[in-house]
Design a binder for this molecule. Structure first.
Ligand SMILES: NC(=O)c1ccc[n+]([C@@H]2O[C@H](COP(=O)([O-])OP(=O)(O)OC[C@H]3O[C@@H](n4cnc5c(N)ncnc54)[C@H](OP(=O)(O)O)[C@@H]3O)[C@@H](O)[C@H]2O)c1
Length: 426
């Protein structure tokens, strides 16, 4: 199996970042002991918003219903007793944590499932409903969790830039089956050269977003056939080992195909047929709160979105409402236009103050504050190797400076001021 670097493929979508590799199920660190589950039932959904080291959300019903929240020491085998034993239907770790779930009581069975934030709102498609008997939590850190390398508009340089980004430390790549703006073939070639293991996210792009002379499906075909042709072309670009086992970590619907929810449902149902074996999770881009909540609540939807990928800019008030909804629903929110759409924020007082106190550039300070909003991942489209290295320093700010004795007060003050500036409610 591939180990995890995150590659998001957009059929014209999400990934997260790693300094240390995400857990290789065949090479896990030794367990430090065993403990029973000590869990608090969740009454207030808003309490799910904060990330915590070791934080795990466990639910007895799908779609995050009937849940408890537990903060666990790393690498201890948490043994489940009644009423949790073989009764978990949704599970997710907080950001920067991963869970390895086991079928037996002692974290010893060969049937294991690696789970990353935001997790599984429904374990049925993964074949793990009511199967978890024990689990352990691992800490993951570094750039893969927060910055994805964006591959739009890089043309012939795409392969080379992907290789450079992976060498610089990016482990999440965003692309799309949309030759008009992305070169998925060269993304595949770049990854193939740089890594043999990775997380891949791509997108299905409806006809409206495609160049009619250069696209991965017949625009006159019915919607479900368009989806199947696009997914087949994406899978072909990401075969690194056995073609029979090729898969994409995350596939994002680039935009709703029309204003009719019924059309969106047709595309979504076609995409659902690939989850979990060929596509690990689904997402949606260029959309709004109304559509996302319909997708989350429709009885016709079997696989809820794990990712929303939207512009982060003033015209949508930086999506404060949609992002709040996503945090509660444990949907990762991926921002784009983070730098190019925000010249004023780049010049703003909290960004400038953070840049000065943490001795980083204004773009990195803005990235850090966006990550400070919680539940966010950033797509970074730089073409410059120097900017790649600079941008990846964002994790030093969020994980280091912001937690340090000397930096904490300044970080909190800048973040509060930044939130006030974009209208983020506390
Ligand atoms: N779902 C969608 O519809 C959609 C739409 C647009 C984009 N995307 C995705 O998002 C990715 C990013 O695109 P974007 O439009 O959001 O671009 P962006 O990241 O907002 O802007 C990239 C720009 O920021 C500059 N930059 C990056 N780091 C910098 C630094 N440290 N200092 C100064 N400048 C810096 C880059 O210049 P240099 O090259 O000189 O570093 C480039 O001009 C795309 O590649 C694509 O994967 C998705």
């Amino acid at each position: 199996m591939r180990s995890l670097a995150l590659i998001s493929v957009a059929s014209a979508f999400f990934a997260s970042a790693l300094a240390t590799a995400l857990p290789d199920l065949d090479n896990l660190p030794a367990l430090t002991g065993f403990a029973p589950l000590n869990i608090t039932m969740i009454s207030d959904e808003g309490s799910l918003e904060k990330r915590q080291p070791g934080g795990v959300n466990l639910c007895r019903d799908i779609n995050w219903a009937n849940c408890g929240y537990a903060k666990q020491p790393f690498n201890l085998c948490i043994q489940l007793d009644s009423p949790w034993w073989h009764s978990i239907s949704a599970i997710g770790p907080d950001q920067y944590n991963a869970i390895v779930a086991y079928e037996d009581y002692n974290c010893g069975s060969s049937a294991r499932l690696a789970i990353f934030n935001p997790g599984y709102p429904n374990l049925v498609p993964a074949g793990w409903n009511d199967r978890i008997g024990s689990f352990r939590v691992l800490q993951i850190s570094g750039p893969t969790c927060v910055l994805l390398y964006g591959t739009a508009w890089k043309k012939e340089a795409t392969g080379d830039l992907v290789l450079k980004a992976l060498k610089a430390g990016f482990r999440g790549i965003d692309t799309a089956a949309q030759p008009r703006h992305y070169n998925e073939t060269l993304v595949g070639a770049g990854i193939k050269e740089a890594i043999s293991k990775g997380i891949i996210q791509t997108k299905f792009t409806p006809v409206s977003g495609q160049d009619l002379h250069n696209m991965p499906y017949d625009p006159k075909a019915p919607l479900d056939e368009q989806v199947h042709a696009s997914v087949a072309s994406s899978l072909a670009h990401f075969i690194f080992e056995d073609p029979a086992n090729a898969y994409i970590d995350s596939l994002v619907l680039h935009s709703p195909p029309s204003d009719h929810f019924s059309d969106l449902l047709k595309v979504w149902k076609a995409l659902e047929t690939y989850v979990p074996h060929r596509i690990r999770q689904l997402g949606i881009s260029n959309t709004d709160l109304h559509v996302v909540s319909r997708l989350c609540n429709s009885p016709d939807v079997g696989v809820r979105p794990a990712v929303v990928q939207n512009r982060f800019y003033p015209a949508t008030r930086w999506e404060t409402d949609l992002r709040a909804y996503c945090r509660i629903q444990r949907i990762a929110f991926q921002t784009f236009w983070t730098l190019s759409g925000n010249p004023e924020l780049l010049r703003s007082a909290p960004v400038q103050k953070l840049a000065e106190s943490a001795t980083i550039s204004a773009p990195v300070a803005l990235y850090a504050l966006v990550l400070g909003l919680e539940g966010t991942t950033i797509l970074d489209g730089t073409k410059s190797e120097a900017h790649m290295a600079e941008d990846l320093r964002v994790t030093e700010v969020v994980d280091g400076f912001a937690q340090s004795e000397g930096g904490r007060a300044s970080w909190v003050a800048c973040l509060d001021e930044f939130k006030a500036l974009i209208g983020e409610a506390e």
